[in-house]
Design a protein around this ligand. Structure first.
Ligand code: MN
Length: 238
């Protein structure tokens, strides 16, 4: 049987009714990596996370909107975008339960930020107004599969073992980033302006996260499939 990977979703209020959505690029990337994707909608009760965790072999925390700064002890600056406290609390609970059960986790973009906040880290609410000399990280007109900036990968990391390179080029669609890294995480990738582009848990076998969007790159640059393959391999029962 294929391992089951749970993918989180964005709640989205459309004019006629509310939806839960997720990019099919995540779905396709998980299928390419040999697993069965199932979608985990936010459903009004964070405790449902405990139920979901018993039904999945691996967890993918997907990208999306901002995170409520109240969750890391700050009030919003004016550059903060939309957030959903319901989604934040659901995903934080999912991630904590996954760690307790030793379920492999891959966090992407917002997913990285959720993981950091869940374990006590903080964020820049907006890198462009809060970090001097921040380079570009959010080219709004560029296609999502365009490589945009370089990242340096820390040698002694799971991420380095996955890509086998000290530097790679990635896409970038974020305006928030990690400020203080939670003590259980180490930084595994940095952009040249010092923005944290990768973290991983120091004691868990597979709790890996990146700030870029590998799911948008797997078709055009198959090297990025390695990240999804690593999650699926870690999630495959022996
Ligand atoms: Mn970036």
């Amino acid at each position: 049987m294929k391992p089951v990977i749970g993918l989180t979703m964005s709640p989205e209020d459309r004019p006629k009714k509310p939806y839960c959505i997720v990019s099919r690029h995540y779905v396709q990337s998980i299928v390419m990596a040999g697993a069965l994707p199932i979608l985990l909608p936010v459903c009004g009760d964070a405790a449902m996370a405990d139920e979901y965790i018993h039904r999945i072999d691996g967890l993918l925390l997907t990208g999306g909107g901002d995170i409520s700064p109240l969750l890391y002890g700050e009030n919003p600056i004016k550059e903060l975008d939309c957030f959903s406290l319901e989604r934040d609390e659901f995903e934080i609970r999912l991630f904590k339960r996954a760690l307790e059960k030793d379920i492999p986790v891959l966090g992407i973009c917002r997913g990285l930020q959720v993981m950091n906040v869940a374990l006590g880290g903080t964020l820049y609410q907006d890198v462009f107004s809060q970090i001097d000399n921040a380079l570009g990280h959010f080219p709004k007109e560029l296609p999502v599969d365009e490589l945009y900036h370089s990242v340096q990968i820390e040698r002694h990391s799971r991420l380095h073992r996955i890509f086998g390179q000290d530097e790679i080029h990635v896409n970038s669609h974020h305006h928030q980033s990690v400020k203080e890294t939670a003590t259980d995480f180490k930084v595994t990738a940095l952009s040249s302006d010092g923005i944290i582009e990768g973290i991983e848990h120091t004691r868990k076998d597979f709790a890996v996260a990146v700030q870029w969007h590998p799911e948008d790159l797997t078709q055009r640059y198959p090297d990025f499939c390695k990240l999804f393959k690593a999650l699926v391999d870690a999630s495959t029962p022996p």
